[in-house]
Design a protein around this ligand. Structure first.
Ligand code: GLC
Length: 743
């Protein structure tokens, strides 16, 4: 028996070796092809590959630029015939026939739109996120898109920033895990599969730290924070095989990412061994001039080239100035060669040299039933139940009022960054509920859009509420208030929505508020007023059926907040993985409780806001269910571990309610003492499990040295001996820690 086992193991080992040899041989063959091609290319042809242009259809100007070898990639052309015609010019009418790569922002779906990435993160379902990305790739590649500018994995701790919508929230680990899932989905088993498209890890790096949550703003983050919080999702993207990266618009401590050699070469290439392609963001090379980092476009081209930016998206810096920079000896041609090597490698990996054209089919695979089913499931699983005074799930009623500006707003429910969405294919909450309950539904928006301050319609909504047994109030933000360049300094509900809620509440009918939005908002007052609250980050084409599944109990809510909900805007930034400070909040006396004339020293001296205290409205990882879960105390397989050992942390979770349900079991570790102050805790793992009513499951998480490593005082990455706390809980505030020692 042992011999058989050994033979099997040997066979597996040899097979694995053969596979890795085969892929290694394939890579070697590609490198040889690149070398051969590079040797033949003129300087102009090389620079042409580094130029990415916005698609403008098939016009003479574009055709002649391609024919002269002046274009390497085109973004935003979406017609397969146009794409093939332009590709034919590149392949058949240029000297070397190097194919173009066509790109598009397929961020959370192409035609079948999934919840915005922040919503997908709220579902904590890694497999489903990967499935969604695969469907997006399937739809987008069918028109000829082979490169998407996603996933966006900028850790975002400031909900004033409109682009938090595109991220996977405030946590490093969650962004890393979700980003890797999207990369797997977009790129599939093989990048050369015509149904696969190159992913793009963006925006490199730390764009989410834009000061004051204002887009494109400066970031001032020390290298340690960069390395421990903002870079790990990008390292995970490298490990997941991301074919491309994109620069961020922001500067880090005064250095714009498009000119940051340390970031793009020292870290990305040398430390991480990345061999993919790095594209600028739209005009981000040229924008180093207004950054006051470059004097003119030639200076920008120079600084971006030597900082390792391979391709210039719509900046016209490279195509205009690189030739003269090389001829003047300012930029070595070897720098150009390296960039072109990365670009050609992407095109070879995509299989474009062998298969440059998109198959034109009669019926494009959009909105397939199976795709819509996945989209509905993601929408349902992304819904977060924040409050429920035994109102939900709605089971028995004669009449339900469906009101609010987001109840029937297809363009808004799809969220930001989905230029190819078709609202007519969306199913809104109102449509889904009418489809279920027909004449038991009375629908009156009350407000026509989220910023609407015209209160005349509210009376009709109130009348509808009076005629019903229960009110479903769909509130939130238009999608236009979120996304790139759409930042808000006030996170409360816009327009007259709060007044509308008050009027609905005054009817005495139970009111369920469903918030459909692109960011964590301040809904403190509204949560107080509503009898139940569901939070939904713009949930896509099937937002309506997905939310209806949750509201009426076909799906038990399992969503958990991927970002903290502040109590007040002034708390921002407020996030769970904060430092403890030297005076953590204690004995807080809040502003309304301060006696008039109280002594200066009577309010204590600890870290909190007099008018907010020290807690958010709801913490990261929070979300209720229709059932309840009991968590046993955490047990550890040992009280001590060495750096090459592991400890197993286990916990038994019991479904103590009457509904079978999914639960996101979260695993946090806190370093109690270190050479630098560490966050009070950090998410290091999670499991989303289905637990039937009355069932108990025991989960185990392994603790390894890698999870305890950080950037130490001397800036090296590694562990330090000492005590660590471990939580296994239902959110970032729950559970009692147990402690172990790293020897
Ligand atoms: C935008 C965005 C980037 C996007 C690119 C192409 O400005 O910053 O995320 O991929 O341009 O549309």
């Amino acid at each position: 028996m042992k011999n058989v086992l050994m033979k099997c193991l040997m066979a597996l080992w040899v097979a694995a070796g053969l596979v890795s040899c085969a892929s290694g041989a394939k890579e070697d063959a590609t490198e040889k092809k690149i070398d051969d091609l590079l040797r033949q290319m003129t300087l102009e042809e090389k620079i042409g590959q580094m130029n990415q242009l916005q698609g403008v259809g098939y016009n003479e100007d574009m055709v002649s630029q391609i024919r002269e070898g002046g274009v390497g990639s085109i973004l935003n052309d979406l017609n397969p015939d146009t794409i093939n015609m332009l590709q034919r010019v590149a392949v058949e009418e240029t000297r070397l026939g190097i194919p173009l790569v066509f790109a598009r922002d397929v961020i959370h779906g192409f035609k079948t739109i999934f919840p915005i990435p922040l919503g997908q993160a709220a579902g904590w379902n890694v497999d489903l996120v990967e499935q969604g990305a695969r469907i997006a790739a399937y739809e987008a590649t069918s028109v000829g898109i082979r490169w998407t500018f996603a996933p966006m994995i900028d850790v975002s701790r400031d909900p004033r920033w409109g682009r938090i919508a595109e991220s996977c929230g405030e946590d490093t680990y969650l962004n890393a895990v979700m980003g890797a899932a999207m990369i797997r989905g977009f790129q599939g088993e093989s990048l050369s599969d015509p149904r696969s498209m190159a992913a793009c890890a963006k925006h490199f790096a730390a764009y989410g730290a834009s000061e004051s949550g204002k887009d494109y703003n400066t970031t001032n983050i020390p290298e340690r924070l960069l390395r421990d919080v903002y870079l790990p999702p990008f390292k995970a993207a490298v490990d997941a095989g991301a074919a491309t990266f994109m620069c961020s618009f922001n500067d880090i401590d005064g250095v714009p990412s498009s000119g940051n050699k340390w970031l793009n070469i020292d870290v990305l290439r040398q430390e991480w061994g990345y061999d993919g392609m790095l594209v600028s963001d739209w005009g981000s090379i040229e924008q180093m001039i207004p950054h006051h980092f470059c004097s003119d476009l030639k200076d920008a081209a120079h600084k971006a080239a030597i900082a390792g930016v391979d391709m210039d998206m719509m900046g016209f810096a490279y195509i205009t100035h690189l030739k003269s920079l090389v001829e003047e000896g300012v930029v070595k041609e070897s720098v150009i060669d390296e960039a072109v090597r990365n670009i050609l490698r992407l095109k070879f990996r995509l299989g474009l040299f062998d298969n440059p054209y998109v198959a034109v089919v009669d019926t494009l695979p959009f909105y397939q039933p199976a795709s819509l089913e996945v989209a509905q499931r993601v929408a349902a699983e992304s819904a977060i139940l924040l409050k429920n005074n035994n109102v939900l799930p709605l089971k028995s009623f004669n009449r339900v009022a469906v009101v609010g500006p987001l109840a029937d707003a297809p363009k808004d429910q799809v969220g930001t960054w989905c230029f190819d969405a078709e609202p007519e294919h969306c199913v809104t909450p109102m449509q889904a509920i009418k489809e279920r309950y027909g004449n038991k539904v009375v629908a009156v928006p009350g407000l026509t859009y989220s910023r609407d301050t015209n209160k005349q319609g509210i009376a009709q909504a109130v009348a509808a509420a009076r005629s019903a047994d229960v009110v479903l109030f769909f509130a939130g933000e238009e999608s236009l208030l979120t996304g790139e360049a759409h930042c808000r300094a006030d996170l409360t509900l816009p327009g007259a929505q709060t007044e509308m809620l008050k009027a609905l509440k005054a009817t005495g009918k139970p009111v369920v508020m469903i918030v459909m939005t692109g960011r964590p908002m301040v809904i403190t007052e509204e949560v107080e007023l509503a009898d139940a609250v569901i939070y939904s980050f713009h949930a896509g084409t099937m937002a309506g059926p997905g939310l209806a599944d949750v509201i009426f109990g076909d799906v038990v809510p399992s969503g958990k907040l991927p970002a903290t909900l502040p109590l007040m805007t002034g708390q921002v930034p407020v996030y769970y993985a904060h430092k403890n400070t030297g005076r953590p909040a204690a004995d807080m006396i809040l502003i309304d409780d301060i006696p008039v004339g109280a002594a200066q020293s009577s309010l204590g001296f600890t870290s909190f806001h007099l008018d907010a205290g020290d807690s958010p409205l709801f913490p990261f990882g929070y979300g209720l269910s229709y059932t309840t879960f009991d968590y046993s105390p955490v047990t550890l397989s040992a009280a001590e571990m060495t750096v090459d050992g592991t400890i197993e942390a286990t916990c038994t979770i019991t479904n103590t309610g009457k509904y079978d349900a999914d639960e996101v079991i979260q695993f946090y570790i806190g370093d109690k003492v270190a050479s630098v102050a560490r966050p009070v805790k950090e998410l290091k793992g999670f499991k989303k499990l289905h637990i039937e009513s009355g069932e108990s499951v025991t989960v185990a998480f392994d603790i390894t040295a890698e999870q305890l490593a950080f950037t130490r005082l001397d800036m090296t990455r590694g562990t330090e001996p000492g005590e660590f706390d471990v939580w296994i809980a239902s959110d970032s505030r729950g559970g009692e820690p147990v402690t172990f020692v790293l020897k």
